[in-house]
Design a protein. Sequence first.
Length: 684
Amino acid sequence: MKSWIVTGCVIVSLWTGIPAGAATPTEVRQGPQPIKPGDVGVGRRVADLAFTDIDGHTYQLSEWLGGAEGLENESCDAVVFAMTGIGCPLCKKYTPTLAKIQRRYAGRGVRFVYVNPNQSEKISRLRAAIATHGLGDVYVRDDDEHIAHALGAHTTTEVFVIDAARTLVYRGAVDDQYGFGYSLDAPRKNYLTDALDAVLDDRRPTVSATTSPGCDLYFQTDPPADASAGTLTYHNRISRIIADNCGQCHRDGGSAPFALDTYSSVIDYAGMIASVVGRGVMPPWFAADPKRETNHVSVTFANDRSLAEDDRRDLLAWIESGAVEGDIADAPLRHADVPSTQWHIGKPDLEVQIPKQFQVKATGQMPYKHTLVRLNLKEDRWVQAVEIRPTDPSVVHHVLVFLKDSRDRNVDIDEESGFLAAYVPGNTFQRYPEGMAKRLPAGSDLVFQLHYTPNGTETSDQTRLGIRFSDQPPRRVVKNVGIANHRIKIPPGADNHEETASLVVPADVHLLAVMPHMHLRGKAFRYDLTAPGGSSHRLLDVPSYDFNWQLEYRFNQPLAVTAGSRIDLTAWYDNSENNPANPDPGTTVRWGPQTDDEMMLGYVEYFETDELVGDSPADDSIDTDSARLIAAFQKVDGDNSGTITRQEFPRPLLFGRIDADGDDLLTSDEVLDAAEIILPLLGR
């Protein structure tokens, strides 16, 4: 039984020469690859398809091709069927390109049919996309998937070129400008226009079939006849997995490009879900599994977003077996999403916004933007929580906020000095445990570093930052430092180039989190810790680094490190033509601020063990217990609402003892106050 189709018939592994000891990498970057035309139907005659557009007009393929009698004015030399959608991020990026190509060939006997197979996408939104991008030809809602089936379509970005004899002469990608994990400023290969030019010149296309990175299509099968009460269904199992692991981003108004909050929306993207979950790309978490001894990782992470193995197994099995909906009576309770206007950290004590809107173009790449925000602080303040909120999260790749002395008038930043706040989709805020805070010195200003990724539609953004302060100095001062190698030199064509950096820890510290940073050629990254006596521990292994996710890896417990220990960083880069994100495989790459340059930078968050600021008792277990409780709270609070419901809490019978105000919601303060109840459950 064929329940889903993997992108473009084959999955191409892009990484070779994996560092010794690394886990098998996920394929985070995929571009179009040529494939054997006969294996995907190129050269065959296409059936005489009939279809109806969203305005109710009906068409027959033979009316356009084959010279049907009395329809000479409708005849054309080629028809392009373009799979599309308004949710898949690659579809959104390719829509302006398709509209431009359509207009270019409109007077040359070429017709376009846009085919949208997604039932969950509302007609009103389809019409808005048509108007925005000028899709002036035929747009079909393929609810019964008869066009997708007839063409044997694989993904939502695939295009099919059919000549006047109804022969399929090309199928595959539009071009190579966009793929999984990368965007180029302009395409290097123009497959669709090359194929159209060949057809109009009565030639065979040079490349007649490629893979087409996009959202994998899913053709639902009938449920098995022996389905029983124990059968996996959307309502009794899968909806809960999706809500707990995907709902934070994949919701209306969320940072993900489409929602996964209904059965129909999950069905529309079931093929893509199977692909990214099967490859370990989603949920986004790229650290090697510390539970596997072969990975040599000695720590666990509080913000581990990887899918539990039971959830992964059930989700994939459900899709493979036909994606049964089940009885809605088995569905979980629905909880209201946090409104887009509500801060997850609570009402900020200080809210700032970058001084002007940045215009984000529709296509291609954009360089980093830097802008200064003046604070005019007269005294030191202690930052207990931070949150970054773009006004258009759909185009914000990441944001870092750095401190700057107000006497310095420029926007240059020192990455190694660390950052105050960070934003990536799915990780938009940070609360520090009780007794911990970052110092915001008097006379400081802020520099925002913003990286925008065009998504197919011109827009603008004016990002905000919210800060909550502690009422009194904390016991522990949270600090952030970058370990860097500014002398990196990556040779042309190198597919597994290694660079290193080290830091000898000058004082006893407790490590709280780490965050690697590279650019488009980044491939893998490691943190290792060597004690003065020579014993070594692996803190983090990222065998497949993904520039699209600037993830922070936060330890379950503060990690004690003695003075004289050495933190060693190792990074690998792919500067070869096999890396589809590579802007120029023929150049030597060095350190630089833009994505076409490279960096080797590993952030470390910590506090100094002997540095006590406030008047709290000097008992290290206070920090450890508080950190563990906050980490547990954030892990259970899967939707980042700032509260935990009775349904979310893993021990419902204890819920009432912890819910001090009886409002059926647990706050972080209530969890901290109930330490004597919760810590034994965490294995203190």
